[in-house]
Design a protein around this ligand. Structure first.
Ligand code: KG4
Ligand code: ZN
Length: 338
């Protein structure tokens, strides 16, 4: 079965073709140059760029797979959560194409896509497992059970961890997107140079909080004489250490609380080198298995959406032309399913 995946929930326009468990093509059109002058994503510019790019991105995915539209057996598209204008571009295009080709189309929850990336990368990963979702919009721990059931174990009370990376990068004069820029600057810095607070450290529960950490970086910078006077690599490394340590510590707690042996770490921040290394070290120590998707499947892509949607299509599901986009959807819900 050839499934076309389409992902346009934020600032990436992506299309991919999945055949069985094999990614036969994956194209990501990145909008960094569109948003970089503004230091963050401008929703209106994101959706306008999606409109211009979608047709050629889908064509490139088909060409790279040496397939034509007629070879497609189904379409999976991100229906939420995300930026409404951006989501609508992918959903509308997908519906029109599915209608014309008379093939099924299913809406996919963006986070189901991220988790499917881990299952695609590691075939032995099967529920029940712990899912740590760390991206620009989400920071949450879930217990993932069979048949698509999930339980929220903890989540951020304010900023998402990716958002904190992006905001701190801005404070440090680093370019957007902030996550990779901080990670790179941190490589030549000392992670112990400044001891930033570990948010909610020592408190019970599995929640996260990142707005205080961002403020602590701003206050410390000011106290040391501002951007011109500080070592950006040391600040980047010390922030990265604080931000990732909390993720690892909470994940260990979730593993122990739920008595599970597998953890999938997904979303853009799962590309972070320090997080990958410290999580793997802790997994060896505490005897659990940490599964990270390959780097290209951590940040937004359409192969993960195709993988999540393929299961729905295989079970006979189709949401048809009534499929709508939803900007806010709790994980586990699918309001587009009628
Ligand atoms: O999953 P994603 O591509 O989009 C959302 O669904 O939000 O995640 C994007 C986020 C951004 O905040 C970006 O700064 C962060 O992931 N990110 C990273 C790294 N690469 C991307 N954060 C830390 N280290 C990285 N290497
Ligand atoms: Zn994402």
């Amino acid at each position: 079965m050839n499934i076309l995946g389409i992902e346009s929930s934020c600032d990436e326009m992506a299309a991919a073709i999945l055949c069985g468990n094999e990614i036969v093509s994956s194209v990501v059109h990145d909008q960094t140059s569109v948003h970089q002058p503004y230091g963050g994503i401008v929703p209106e510019l994101a959706s306008r760029d999606h409109v211009c790019a979608i047709s050629s991105v889908v064509c490139r995915a088909l060409e790279a797979a040496s397939l034509t539209e007629q070879d497609l057996d189904g379409i999976a598209v991100t229906a939420g959560p995300g930026l409404m204008g951006s989501l609508l571009v992918g959903v509308s295009f997908g519906k029109a194409l599915a209608y014309r080709l008379e093939i099924p189309i299913v809406g996919v929850h963006h986070l189901s896509g991220h988790l499917a990336a881990a299952e695609l990368a590691e075939s032995s990963l099967r529920p029940p497992y712990i899912g740590l979702v760390v991206s620009g919009g989400h920071t949450a721990l879930y217990r993932i059970d069979r048949d698509g059931r999930s339980t929220l174990l903890g989540e951020t009370r304010d900023d998402a961890v990716g958002e904190a990376f992006d905001k701190v990068a801005k404070l440090l004069g680093l370019p957007y997107p902030g996550g990779p820029a901080i990670s790179q600057a941190a490589q030549s810095g000392n992670p112990e140079a400044i001891v930033f607070p570990r948010p909610l450290a020592g408190q019970g529960g599995l929640d996260f909080s990142y707005s205080g950490l961002k403020t602590a970086v701003a206050v410390e910078m000011e106290a040391r004489g501002g951007l011109a006077a500080i070592s950006v690599p040391d600040f980047a490394a010390s922030f990265e250490a604080a931000a990732t340590e909390v993720l690892v510590q909470r994940t260990v707690k979730a593993v122990q609380q739920e008595g599970l042996e597998h953890v999938a770490i997904v979303g853009g921040v799962a590309a972070n080198r320090r997080l990958r290394e410290t999580m793997q070290r802790m997994a060896e120590q505490k005897k659990f298995r940490a599964v990270f998707p390959p780097l290209a499947l951590c940040t937004d892509n359409a192969a993960m959406i195709a993988a999540a949607g393929a299961r729905l299509i295989a079970s006979g599901e189709s949401h048809g032309v009534s499929l709508s986009a939803f900007s806010r959807v709790p994980f586990g819900e699918a309001p587009w399913r009628t």
